[in-house]
Design a protein around this ligand. Structure first.
Ligand code: GLU
Length: 289
């Protein structure tokens, strides 16, 4: 099995998607990534993950930068995902050449109806389009296809894999739990899994820092690294912030936007000091999903 390159400077990252304002949970995540790098004299990167089609709102990226500055978390920004589409296309082409991608025209509804088991992210794709030719697949009404990873075939090429989480320890990679995930979305050059894995490698990230809600995604990312000969980082999946009903804080559920706090004159450095000390606003606590 591959090993992390020893002796390299630690590089962490915060990789928000500009489809809503940052809130307290993001501030916590950014603070953890920043501090893990800072304590080892490393680098803390900001990467804007802006390839979410119409949900991406470019104007939010500027607010994200201002939020981090307000929090007192200095960062180095790497190119946003929208500037990296060629690298995603090239990787998809390479995976197609290896025979581990297949086209799929199923709609979300069809996947939900046909699924027979639950995976970490919901119903697992049952492989409806696996083994079909491009012609059969293109028969879908809108002609658009997604490209899915044939996980069994991919694993047969890589052999067993493992990965290391700083908190949870050594993990055996079990990407099959997810089924054949989408790597190229209909009408977009990459899914989150493909884009984030390529970007972390291109950005030289050595410690992928993110919330526990993405712990399971790492099984897929580890497989992609092996298929594409990418360096293998370590991971740090931190706890998440929950409100009093045990619901994860989310921008869509109306958690206060950092930009509003900033605009209202709240002291961002004090705000982070409290997070660092584990002191959260009333009703908010850390937990596991
Ligand atoms: N862009 C993702 C999000 O905003 C985070 C991806 C990651 O940290 O790997 O949820």
């Amino acid at each position: 099995m591959e090993e992390t390159v020893p002796g390299t400077q630690v590089v962490t990252r915060f990789a928000p998607s500009p489809n809503g304002s940052l809130h307290l949970g993001h501030a916590y995540s950014a603070m953890i990534a920043h501090d893990l790098a800072a304590k080892l004299n490393g680098r803390f990167l900001l990467r804007i993950e802006d390839i979410d089609g119409p949900r991406s709102r470019p104007e939010l990226a500027e607010a994200f930068r201002a939020d981090l500055a307000w929090l007192g978390l200095p960062f180095v920004e790497t190119p946003p995902q929208s500037t990296r589409l060629d690298s995603y296309r090239a990787a998809a082409e390479r995976l197609r050449g290896m025979g581990v991608l297949y086209p799929c025209s199923c709609t979300r509804k069809e996947v939900l109806e046909a699924a027979t088991r639950e995976g970490p992210d919901g119903p697992v794709y049952p492989g409806t389009c696996k083994g079909k030719g491009m012609e059969d697949v293109m028969a879908a009404p809108d002609g658009a296809v997604a490209w899915r990873l044939d996980v069994a075939k991919a694993l047969a090429q890589t052999g067993p894999l493992s990965w290391e989480d700083e908190r949870a320890g050594q993990q055996i990679a079990e990407p099959e739990r997810h089924g054949d995930v989408v790597l190229v979305r209909k009408g977009l050059p990459a899914s989150y899994h493909l884009a984030a894995t390529l970007d972390d490698a291109a950005d030289g990230v050595t410690l992928v820092t993110r919330g526990l809600d993405l712990f399971h995604a790492t099984h897929i990312h580890r497989l992609l690294q092996a298929l594409l000969d990418l360096p293998v980082p370590r991971w740090h999946h931190h706890d998440l912030l929950f409100d009093e009903d045990g619901t994860k804080l989310a921008k869509r559920r109306g958690s206060a936007a950092l930009s509003d706090l900033r605009g209202a004159g709240v002291d961002g450095h004090e705000f982070v000091k409290k997070l660092r000390a584990g002191s959260f606003p009333a009703g908010i606590s850390l937990g596991r999903p």
